[in-house]
Design a protein around this ligand. Sequence first.
Ligand code: ATP
Ligand code: MG
Length: 392
Amino acid sequence: MNIIYLLKTGELNLKGENKSLFEKKLFANIRNQLDDIKVKISGRKGRFFLTPVDDVNEDARAKIEKTLSSVFGLIGYSVARVVGKNMEEINKAVLEIAGHQFKEGLPAPATFKISSRRADKSFKHSSYELSCLLGELILDNFKTLTVNLHNPDFQINVEIRDNAVIYSHVYEAPGGLPSGMAGKGILLLSGGIDSPVAGYMMAKRGCAITALHFETYPYTSEQSKEKVILLAKKLREYLPRMKLFIVPFTEIQIYIKQNCKQEEITLFSRAAMMRIAHIIAEKTNANSIITGEALSQVASQTAENLRFTGSQTTYPLFRPLVGMDKLEIITKAKEMGTYDISVLPYPDCCTVFAPAHPVLKPVFEKITASFNALELDSLIENALEKTEVLKI
Ligand code: ATP
Ligand code: MG
């Protein structure tokens, strides 16, 4: 018996002439995540078959399944058994799958349905006959099971193609669009809860991600940096590739602190970060910038402050959390697996340099003039030169 995987795509199917480009990208991303596990992917119209080229052991299966449950562009997948096109082998596989349902916690009594498709019309039984035969087989072998065609507890699907392909459960995949189809976004990644979620959400809309972190060593510790690397690695699990830029921000941060009003410190650091993000976007051929800001969550995120920080770039600025409340963001962070890392106690620069009463409603022209008067260009250039680039 061989194992293959049935892949179901979602929003991709709404694409017109470009659909095959989206599919190609999805398959390339899957192959990329699988590294040395070679696979063939075939099929059409939103239903594809992924076939491992060599025999796969437990570890390889686990890696394939992890990849399929985290790759953007798929909405679901099933693990299918491939057996010969004869009733003996089909019966055996169907009985095994039914038996397996009990191991997975199926209650007794329970209901089931068989759904058959005969792509190869030379097969001796029609779809209907095949479903009936297999249904009877299960009823004979499992006394606590009965048939329910409308709302069964489990369904076994049998497809007669070059071989017989038999599968049951559809596992969830995250949906969205393949990473890279929307170009590349520069994600401002702090050590907090929000920005990793923002990165995940935009990656799900097809952005490849380059993460950008500003560190204020020694005001923040080596551990703060390690934490950001861990966050980037978690995010990378959903992406075919990712780089992390670490910009030394201490000099700029201290200069800002010493040369502006206390209440402007946070806002000006955010603006400097945005200016740097803009330059890195230009240098790396990115086409958007992403932050974890949410309206009114903290003082630096009033509409007036967002206008000002946003004015430091002409790239589209994606703030996917803007309308979410903190609890919703936390739920997402837990789902995607970054929450436990984000709540590790090491502070980032905002906490260290935050003033007691930050400005909330600056006048745009005035705040812009004060910020420009700081003349940060040479400090920014210096920081860019010392920027470290990690391949995650
Ligand atoms: P987060 O939980 O993402 O840290 P936050 O609620 O703490 O967000 P702020 O600290 O004001 O909010 O940061 C707003 C956004 O600015 C962050 O979501 C992130 O995109 C960016 N940002 C803040 N600090 C840094 C940093 N040190 N490096 C990179 N980006 C940062
Ligand atoms: Mg933060």
